[in-house]
Design a protein around this ligand. Structure first.
Ligand code: AQP
Length: 327
């Protein structure tokens, strides 16, 4: 069975960009692949976190993973910091990668822009991500489009390591959807929907109430025309809303265009509210049930046990190749 690894940071609330670009796809893969899905808490502390919020967000994300349909009897769900091999392999890979490579990472440039100081962790973040993936002999990594460059770096590091020390790592392939891999911000369709955007109406979180969803969609930027038409270049706002509509309802773009021909944006947006609310309602009620059931802790403990078993073997293999004494 091919292996899949991916992770989400327990930072702030999870939005529909994270869902459509990554988490929804995790659910689609769980029946056919050996999947490891991680709450990447070590990544989240590359920028300041309130300890209480980090704790709560980590458990909430585990409950959300299950609420969207990830079945713990099929997939391994775990918290990154419960598997020390991630940090250890990250160090070994840091000693086999170069400043120049990291200097080229656009996410670091964006996240450090305008800041007086940034942590070294933010700079070396992509190496930790490479360690996460390579530790599980991963074949496929489902991620949003913003992670493409990090995945390329991961592959470069693995290929170079294999050439230097002999076959050590499986070379992973990114799984980036052709459609929905970059959901844009509702207040500025030229930027990706982002957790860190301070405007709460720039995004729809998975746990948002119907009235908040309605407000955010009704406020979403469109353009001065009134035609519901998919044209990313000239109509980025409308095209983004159509993408969300398409992915959450299953209706094709042609069908959406046909349905709203001559009707303007008002009706289209009102229906989109319905589409989003009905897609999120079952997730939200299941989320509440899971939180009450107390099963999150048990799932995470079992997940970390399996993740430790699998990753320790691979770490051992890598350390032997590098010449570390192992017994
Ligand atoms: N807008 C997006 N569209 C599609 N996919 C997205 N992802 C993130 N934003 C979008 C994908 O979600 C997965 C988990 O992301 P993360 O928790 O590691 O992400 P993040 O990139 O920190 O999330 P944000 O919202 O983008 O946070 P900030 O505000 O810090 O920039 C990944 O697979 C990611 O590609």
């Amino acid at each position: 069975m091919k292996r899949v690894f991916s992770g989400v940071q327990p930072t702030s609330q999870i939005h529909i960009g994270n869902y459509i670009g990554a988490i929804k796809r995790f659910v689609e893969l769980q029946n056919d692949m050996d999947c490891f899905f991680c709450i990447v808490d070590l990544h989240s502390v590359t920028v300041p976190q309130d300890p209480k919020e980090l704790y709560e967000n980590s458990l909430q994300l585990a409950a959300l993973y299950m609420a969207v349909g990830l079945d713990p009897s099929k997939v391994t769900l775990f918290i990154q910091s419960h598997v020390p091999a991630h940090a250890e392999l990250s160090w070994l890979l840091q000693c086999n990668s170069y400043m120049g490579e990291l200097n080229r990472m656009t996410q670091f440039k964006e996240k450090s822009l305008g800041k007086d100081t940034v942590t070294t962790g933010l700079f070396t973040y992509p190496i930790l991500m490479a360690a996460d993936i390579l530790l599980y002999d991963t074949h496929y990594v489902p991620v949003g489009n913003d992670q493409k460059q990090h995945l390329e770096l991961c592959r470069d590091i693995a290929i170079r390591f294999n050439n230097k020390y002999g076959e050590s790592f499986v070379i992973p392939e990114p799984l980036i959807a052709k459609f929905g891999a970059r959901i844009m911000s509702l207040d500025d369709a030229t930027k990706k929907m982002s957790k860190s955007n301070e405007n709460k109406h720039s995004k729809i979180n998975l746990l948002d109430s119907p009235s908040k969803i309605k407000k955010s969609i009704m406020k979403a930027v469109t353009d001065s025309e009134s035609e519901v038409r998919f044209d990313v270049e000239n109509k980025p706002g409308v095209s983004n809303l159509m993408t969300i509509y398409n992915v959450l309802s299953g209706m094709s773009l042609d069908e959406i265009e046909g349905k709203y021909k001559g009707m303007g944006y008002g009706t289209f947006k009102k229906d989109l509210v319905e589409v989003v609310v009905s897609a999120l309602e079952p997730i939200q009620s299941r989320y509440e049930e899971i939180l009450k059931s107390g099963e999150v802790e048990k799932v995470l403990k079992e997940g970390s046990q399996r993740a430790n078993e699998v990753s320790n073997k691979i770490l051992d293999r890598v350390k032997k190749k590098m010449g570390f004494v192992t017994f």
